[in-house]
Ligand binder design. Structure first.
Ligand code: NAD
Length: 255
């Protein structure tokens, strides 16, 4: 399904990123897998070496302008004209009420989560224009559609991602570039267990119970099922699907 596609994925070594890289490469796409975690992203490239598409590891900071310019250029040079960009890197940041949340932490979370997406679009859109069109998918969260106590920096950054997606879609409507945002609910990855650990320190069973209670279908999302949706959006996204905020959340935001 994704043969001939050239896709850049940020946060590629993480739970959702790595499964998306795998799904894309299984479909034959060439993928530049970008992450701050150098060893982990190299390992991902090694683990996916037998798949139909090529995976190239690239260690970089998705919130640094020259790094972003660098990985967009590398994808074009080594893999071919860019067809899609998955702006997926993020951190959860501190978990504390606003009154106890530090200003430095707020700035850090906004910098990593919101600026990385803005930079991805800033440097990715011209590359996609050169390719004659393409797809940008930004990862927000259900935290970009609703509030979560204790996660002010994260929730602010994810609402920013939703807003930027809408601007990107409007600015590029009619030039063949679709810009959408994915809003996963709680997924079984490092990030959710880090949040769970603050909610109920040391008790994984109770963490699971409390996290699952926020989801009407009664379970966490599996990275592979969200990744399959992301890979489809990154390769098959219809022309008419742009500017969309797409929850995949077990009905968490349906009520
Ligand atoms: N896990 C969840 O429950 C959940 C829910 C909703 C949305 N999300 C979003 O899904 C995306 C993926 O998260 P995940 O669950 O896979 O978490 P994860 O922590 O497993 O993966 C995040 C990856 O991003 C990388 N990263 C962080 N900062 C970076 C930077 N500046 N430059 C490059 N790479 C950087 C990390 O090294 C890590 O590999 C994130 O945008 C997250 O906010 C996650």
């Amino acid at each position: 399904m994704s043969e001939g596609n050239v896709v850049v994925v940020t946060g590629a070594a993480g739970g959702l990123g790595s499964e998306t890289v795998r799904a894309l490469a299984q479909g034959g796409a060439s993928v530049l897998a970008v992450d701050l975690a150098e060893e982990a992203v190299e390992q991902l490239a090694a683990d996916t070496a037998g798949l139909a598409g090529q995976v190239v590891a690239h260690a970089a900071d998705a919130a640094d302008a020259s790094d972003v310019e660098g990985f967009i250029a590398r994808a074009g040079k080594e893999l071919g004209p860019l067809s899609a960009l998955f702006n997926n890197a993020a951190i959860e940041g501190a978990i504390a009420p606003i009154t106890e949340y530090s200003e430095e932490e707020y700035d850090r979370v906004m910098h990593v989560n919101a600026k990385s997406v803005w930079l991805g679009m800033k440097y990715g859109i011209p590359a996609l224009e050169k390719s004659g069109g393409g797809i940008i998918l930004n990862t927000a969260s259900t935290g970009g559609m609703m509030g979560w106590p204790g996660l002010s920096g994260y929730v602010a950054s994810k609402h920013a991602v939703v807003g930027m997606t809408r601007v990107g879609a409007l600015e590029n409507a009619g030039n063949g570039i679709r810009v959408n945002t994915l809003c996963p609910g709680p997924m079984d990855t490092r990030m959710i267990w880090s949040i769970g650990e603050v909610m109920v320190p040391g008790d994984r069973a109770e963490q699971k119970k409390q996290l699952e209670a926020t989801v009407p279908v009664g379970r966490l999302g599996q990275p592979a099922e969200v990744a399959a949706f992301a890979a489809w959006l990154l390769t098959e996204c219809p022309e008419y699907l742009t500017g969309a905020v797409l929850p995949i959340d077990g009905a968490q935001t349906a009520g």
